[in-house]
Design a protein around this ligand. Structure first.
Ligand code: BDR
Ligand code: CA
Length: 309
């Protein structure tokens, strides 16, 4: 089983990513690290614990707090999309039972990678702050990790915060720059080009049946869907983060190409833009696998089956 550390800024879709990772039974989930992003670090951490409680997880999955702010920039929450609490109001009155483990997210990542050299997959579904801190502190991590899969960026389409930038990249572009140039042997970008193709709609939710899970998914995605509809004219919501988790589980779901990607950090208009050199004009070695297409029906077959189980 793949050994995983999941790094999240638990908003609506991160929560569904956690559910997919936990319920799939396909991972040895070494721990979950949290990061500031969609909501504050404390809310992201609380939401992560609430989701584990909701799933009634039997094995112990450590939850460790990470960075409470981006490397250099101010925080930029997404309450309009994820709601005040980050879960679209679902589980609002639930008391948290899962306890947070002492420690700091980046240290936890380093510790796990040292413990299992060459075996750990890092799945990142928030701003890349924790990983940038870990790499800066322990550069050997780059060669000791098995692979890094991150949800972030967009290479052909438009952004979702500014015309050119995707949210996770926009929030901490300096962290992303460190990660992009760290030299990871296997780094995969799961960006909006593919995550906008995995759209959860009412019909899929109905497939979950008449269950607490279906109720949760419906409630948590309601406002999120409304926002997506306002922007894109489609009554559905994109499962950005669950797709990154699914790629770790089933890489064949996506079509990828090895390319050189950099990120803009010094532009008034384009900060956070991921710039992909499709024609190798910069003559640089490719630094990541970029997801360019996805088999959406196959993703949903897996997603619904796992959540229903
Ligand atoms: C990403 O930004 C966040 O709002 C989502 O959780 C996802 O990780 C999509 O741009
Ligand atoms: Ca996220």
């Amino acid at each position: 089983m793949k050994k995983i550390v999941l790094d999240v800024d638990t908003g609506v879709d991160d929560a569904l990513g956690i559910m997919l990772a936990v319920k799939s039974g396909r991972f040895n989930l070494l721990g979950i690290t949290t990061v500031n992003g969609n909501v504050s670090l404390s809310k992201a951490t609380e939401n992560t614990c609430k989701i584990l409680d909701f799933l009634q997880v039997e094995q112990e999955i450590p939850v460790v707090r990470g960075a409470s702010r981006p490397l250099l920039r101010h925080v930029y929450f997404e309450h309009r999309i994820h709601g005040e609490d980050g879960l679209g109001g679902a589980l609002r009155d639930v008391q948290v039972r899962t306890e947070v483990k002492e420690g700091f997210g980046p240290d936890f990542m380093i510790e796990q990678v040292k413990k299992h050299p060459g075996e750990v997959t890092l799945i990142m579904t928030g701003p890349l702050t924790n990983l940038a801190l870990a790499v800066s502190q322990y550069p050997e991590l780059v060669d000791q990790v098995k692979e890094v899969i991150f949800m972030g960026g967009v290479v052909k389409e438009h952004g979702n915060v500014t015309p050119t930038a995707e949210y996770n990249m926009y929030v901490d572009p300096e962290a992303a720059k460190i990660v992009f140039h760290a030299g990871f042997p296997s780094l995969t970008l799961v960006g909006l080009d593919v995550t906008r193709k995995v759209l959860l709609n009412e019909a899929y939710i109905q497939e979950l049946g008449d269950t607490p899970m279906a109720e949760y998914v419906k409630q948590s995605t309601s406002e999120y869907t409304q926002r997506y509809f306002q922007r894109n004219g489609v009554r559905a919501c994109a499962l950005h983060d669950p797709l990154a988790v699914a790629v770790a589980m089933s890489p064949e779901l996506v079509t990828t190409r090895k390319l050189y990607v950099d990120i803009e950090t010094r532009s008034e208009l384009c900060d956070g833009q991921t710039v992909c050199d499709f024609q190798n004009r910069l003559m640089k070695e490719p630094n990541m696998q970029v997801c360019l297409d996805v088999d959406a029906p196959a993703f949903f077959e897996q997603f619904i089956r796992v959540l229903k189980a």
